[in-house]
Write a protein that binds this ligand. Structure first.
Ligand SMILES: C[S@@+](CC[C@H](N)C(=O)[O-])C[C@H]1O[C@@H](n2cnc3c(N)ncnc32)[C@H](O)[C@@H]1O
Length: 364
């Protein structure tokens, strides 16, 4: 990318379409280096200009330019000591600065903020939660939700770790005594899971480790097969049907979405796509950033109390980004091609609340 003479970039695709910004010489050189060396293979056949801005290792344009720009900047540009991270979303107007930090401050979405927070305060088994002073000092003025999420992530990691230490042979449920012993060894002074939470967090293992790996891959890539979304019309709307025969016990798909706390889920305006379980909720209200072009199936599965053919099961899996619980749908019987896949939402007229009282389909 040669932008030395007119070092201005206007984004024409992606979420940031319409934004323009000016590059300093240093940034220009950085991008030149990125395309000629870091992504040299992927950009070989491309012409300069449109389509050459941030591509993945396969040469495909990335959709979250701001987030990648941030990462690239952080990785390769020297940081000014003590420079605070600006949390203010940028406006539509072009940046006119040509100084060493002239790349625009991106519109900071929750995910980007969270990524940044984790970069500054990595969460691990033994790391100590950042103090208010450290959070604010690093530029996270609205640090509370990030801090809470950080603690939740660590708590999950600690819970999984203690489970792995305390589980019986053949991955059987650990006793309270075994959990207590494992917890005592760690000497964590805060954000420690309770003995009961660890015991309750145990879930039956999903076969051999290779099947856990393939499950993680299918979830990450959303590469479920044998499913199609069908519009049934009327009140029911869309649903999912099988496009190949399935055997009892097969894994169908997961309930893909954003993992949020139970309380956050209840505050969500569009909660028909929220899956609540214990202290968590998976929010599938909108298409996710990581698979914007994919219709994820879990959110379209309809309810049946009388003839469900799927059951939802929780698994705790360790993804490359860390451990997290997932909800996976398994078949309860053999399924024929064209059959609608249904699970029992587990709600009643009274528990569904309000309008739920008049919903005939809840009893079907
Ligand atoms: C998770 S969504 C399922 C997908 C939804 N049908 C759609 O088109 O987006 C849950 C909503 O689907 C509808 N629904 C689910 N099961 C149903 C059923 N058996 N009969 C009628 N409507 C149903 C209800 O409106 C419910 O709030």
């Amino acid at each position: 990318m040669r932008v030395v003479t007119v070092p201005t970039i206007r984004l024409t695709s992606s979420k940031a379409a319409g934004h323009t910004f000016t590059l300093s010489q240093q940034e220009d050189e950085l991008l030149e280096c990125y395309f000629c060396h870091v992504r040299a293979e992927a950009t070989k056949g491309l012409t300069s200009g449109q389509g050459r801005f941030f591509v993945d290792c396969g040469g495909n344009p990335l959709t979250n330019i701001y987030s990648d720009l941030q990462r690239l900047r952080k990785k390769y540009l020297p940081q000014e000591p003590g420079a605070a991270v600006d949390e203010t979303p940028s406006s539509e107007s072009p940046s006119t600065s040509t100084g060493p930090a002239s790349l625009p401050t991106p519109p900071v979405t929750g995910d980007i903020q969270w990524d940044r927070f984790l970069e500054v305060f990595p969460s691990s088994l033994h790391s100590v939660a950042p103090s208010k002073r450290l959070c604010v000092g690093a530029g996270f003025t609205a640090y509370r939700p990030l801090y809470r999420k950080w603690r939740n992530v660590q708590l999950l990691e600690r819970t999984s770790y203690i489970l792995s230490q305390a589980m019986g042979r053949h991955a059987t449920q650990p006793t309270e005594e075994a959990v207590r012993r494992s917890l005592t060894k760690e000497r964590w002074v805060s954000n420690t899971p309770s003995v009961q939470d660890v015991v309750r967090g145990w879930v039956a293992p999903l076969g051999a480790p290779t099947s856990s790996q393939s499950l993680i891959r299918s979830i990450s890539e959303q590469s479920w097969r044998g499913l199609a979304v069908r519009d049934f019309g009327g009140e029911k709307g869309k649903g999912v049907v099988a496009t190949c025969p399935m055997d009892k016990g097969d894994v169908v798909c997961d309930y893909y979405g954003t993992l949020i706390s139970f309380a956050e889920g209840h505050r969500s305006a569009d909660s028909i796509y929220c899956f609540f379980f214990k202290e968590f909720c998976i929010d599938a209200s909108s298409r996710c950033d990581c698979h914007p072009e994919v219709e994820t199936y879990g959110r379209f599965l309809n309810h049946s109390r009388k003839r469900p053919n799927l059951k939802a099961k929780r698994f705790d899996l360790t993804f490359p980004g860390g451990p997290r619980p997932v909800i996976v749908f398994l078949t309860m019987q053999n399924i024929k091609v064209g059959e609608e896949l249904l699970w029992d939402y587990g709600v009643t007229r009274t528990s569904f609340g309000g309008e739920g009282k008049d919903l005939a389909w809840l009893d079907m």
